[in-house]
Design a protein around this ligand. Structure first.
Ligand code: AHG
Ligand code: MN
Ligand code: MN
Ligand code: MN
Length: 341
């Protein structure tokens, strides 16, 4: 194992310290927060990587507030993020897909100015079949003067996020992060144990010929959604006359990472299957962090009618329709929805 960092190798810690020194939009508490979350993601990556050997596959036999049956790794990942973050003094509270209500910082620990909200294991229906899963997180400031944050303290539009990121546990473990100044990628070096910077300023091509949607819900879609997909199936072509391809991993982190890497559009629309649910994805810890990342990489992210980051949340676990990715494609399908509204 090399004893000194490779020349030109910039670890996540060094990147954050240089961002703090040169850009000033990062303070010591936020830097600590990101490093603690990255360390927790490393531990989740190890747990995920053990597969059947770790005894953590399969169902936990419990339900979360969404009415989903929790996987053991949903619960393990949630615990790892709580344990890692509650003692550092950088957070005022945490919230998670896997917890009904926000988790207060225990009185024995100091509190900080940030709120962390996360999806500890995204794509968990894929965990037992060894398909990439991930962790998604969003950082907000605790409103001034709030000593004991509750659900209402988290209900801030996505434009108020100070940082957002995800880890995707695939063939490699990749951490993608934005602090509001571009999108940067770090890859876990399992031997060295750190996350060296592997790509700066990721950019999403404005056009694409790849779309991601769960087609099995087609019969439940609204008219503008049908119009957009019918055009693709009728042979509309993308850049350089290329036919459209479809990809659907059913792990948002994997689909979004592909889009950040080579472009595309990801869609989870409102469907009429259950009118009480405007789509499946959750605003606070799936749509908002991914929307910040996508916009910071030159893409677009809407609910079909408005910018995701402008949505004023009304509940911690609320759902929104999601259209995100290559700017021109998102604008096209959003225009169809606005025409039909
Ligand atoms: P989670 O595993 O955190 O509950 O999220 C799953 C989400 C998202 O990752 C993915 O894009 C979507 O569910 C897949 O939905 P379908 O199973 O309906 O395709
Ligand atoms: Mn879930
Ligand atoms: Mn998820
Ligand atoms: Mn999840």
């Amino acid at each position: 194992m090399s004893s000194t960092p490779l020349p030109g190798r910039i670890s996540l810690s060094r990147f954050l310290i240089e961002q703090q020194r040169e850009k000033g939009h990062l303070n010591a508490d936020l830097r600590l927060l990101i490093e603690v979350v990255a360390r927790a993601c490393k531990r989740i990556s190890i747990a995920v990587g053990k597969g059947a050997l770790g005894g953590a596959l399969g169902s936990a036999g419990t339900q979360n507030v969404q009415g989903e049956t929790q996987k053991k790794l949903d619960v393990v990942s949630n615990e790892l993020l709580l344990e890692a973050n509650e003692w550092g003094g950088h957070l005022a509270a945490l919230a998670s897909e896997e917890m009904d209500d926000p988790h207060p910082i225990p009185h024995r620990y100091p509190k900080g100015e940030y709120l962390l909200v996360f999806d500890p294991l995204d794509g968990s229906s894929n965990i037992d079949v060894n398909i990439s899963v991930g962790t998604i997180f969003s950082v907000l400031r605790c409103p001034d003067g709030i000593k004991d944050p509750d659900e209402s303290s988290f209900l801030q539009p996505g434009t108020r996020q100070v940082a957002a990121g995800y880890a995707v546990y695939g063939s490699s473990t990749v951490l993608v992060l934005t602090l509001g100044d571009g999108v940067h990628q770090f890859t876990l070096d399992r031997e060295y144990g750190d996350f060296p910077l592997t790509q700066s300023d990721l950019r999403i091509p404005e056009d694409t010929s790849e779309f991601a949607i769960n087609m099995s819900n087609m019969r439940h879609w609204e008219a503008p959604m049908r119009r957009y997909i019918d055009e693709l199936l009728a042979g509309r072509t993308g850049p350089r006359g290329r036919d459209f391809n479809m990809r659907w991993v059913a792990s948002m982190v994997a689909d979004v990472h592909r889009i950040l890497t080579r472009g595309g559009i990801f869609i989870y629309p409102r469907d009429l299957k259950d009118p009480s649910k405007p789509g499946k994805l959750r605003l606070m810890y799936e749509a908002n962090p991914m929307a910040m990342i996508v916009e910071q990489a030159g893409g677009a992210a809407t609910t079909g009618l408005e910018r995701i980051l402008d949505v004023q949340p009304t509940a911690l676990h609320q759902r929104v329709p999601v259209f995100l990715g290559s700017k021109n494609e998102v604008e096209r399908v959003t225009a169809y929805h606005r025409e039909a509204a």
